[in-house]
Design a protein around this ligand. Structure first.
Ligand SMILES: [Zn+2]
Length: 272
């Protein structure tokens, strides 16, 4: 079954950066009154990850282990150093409690199934247990790990990496289907420089998340030189917030990276 679309937006607030995934709605009676500090009965720490939840079961614990296991994979893939800054995950047992709490705490934010927020008092992920909780948490926790190391990571790369690590095999059939069908219709071409120019709320459309995923997949799976380039780009961002466009640097490895990406995507196209 094709999953429900989980496309993301980036929202800047006065003191916070919020990244949120997908759509969800609904409210119900909320058992607690709102407070700034959320206390939940269960707390589990896995190195950098601190998971707070209002329920506890074996399935949830396996999910926490999976999220903790993503950290060495992300750091290894991107050649990034570890951070000790905690990433707090607040996992609600149902949508109603999640929605009530997050609506009270972030009243200006559209309702979403899960989101990541970088605030003065820490890195936090909010989500609820449901059909999409695994991919939602893998996506949002990736943001948490990345922001603990490189808080100035560009929007497209932040989302592209979160989409990449959202699934264990890093493939994303809805993205592949959308990009290859648009390519074959002739109505879309990749453009990394344009993607790198997107920085504000509402800039990124659904297709831009798919393209961000595609560039990350291409960079990490086609040649050692491209992997090295992405790793060096991230090191520069981490060191001084470098905004030197990756699109320019990529041309040093070949004059037409967009054409190479299109050819790469077509190798992943669904067979008729
Ligand atoms: Zn995201």
């Amino acid at each position: 079954m094709k999953r429900r679309a989980a496309y993301l937006r980036k929202l800047y607030l006065a003191t916070a950066m919020i990244f949120f995934a997908a759509t969800a709605g609904g409210c119900a009676n909320y058992p607690w009154s709102f407070s700034r500090t959320l206390t939940m009965d269960n707390e589990i720490s896995r190195e950098q990850l601190v998971v707070h939840s209002d329920f506890d079961n074996a399935e949830q614990r396996r999910l926490f282990d999976q999220l903790a296991g993503m950290r060495p994979e992300i750091l290894g893939t991107l050649a990034l150093p570890a951070s000790s800054d905690p990433v707090h995950v607040y996992l609600f047992g149902d949508e109603a409690r999640y929605s009530k709490y997050t609506t009270a705490k972030y009243p200006d934010m559209p309702e979403r199934r899960a989101f990541f927020v970088s605030e003065e008092d820490g890195l936090k992920v909010f989500a609820y247990s449901g059909e999409y909780v695994v991919e939602d948490l893998r996506h949002e926790v990736t943001h948490g790990y990345l922001h603990s190391i490189a808080p100035k990571i560009p929007l497209w790369l932040d989302e592209g990496l979160a989409e990449y690590f959202e699934t264990a095999d890093h493939r994303n059939p809805p993205h592949i289907e959308q990009l290859t069908s648009r390519l074959m219709q002739g109505g879309w071409r990749p453009n990394l420089a344009r993607l790198e120019s997107l920085t504000a709320v509402g800039d990124m459309e659904q297709i831009d998340y798919a393209e961000s995923w595609a560039w990350v997949h291409f960079l990490l799976n086609t040649s050692e030189a491209r992997v090295n380039l992405l790793q060096a780009h991230l090191r520069a961002i981490r060191a001084d917030g470098s905004d030197r466009p990756l699109a320019e640097q990529l041309k040093q490895l070949g004059p037409r990276p967009e054409e190479e990406l299109m050819a790469y995507l077509m190798t992943m196209a669904p067979r008729p």
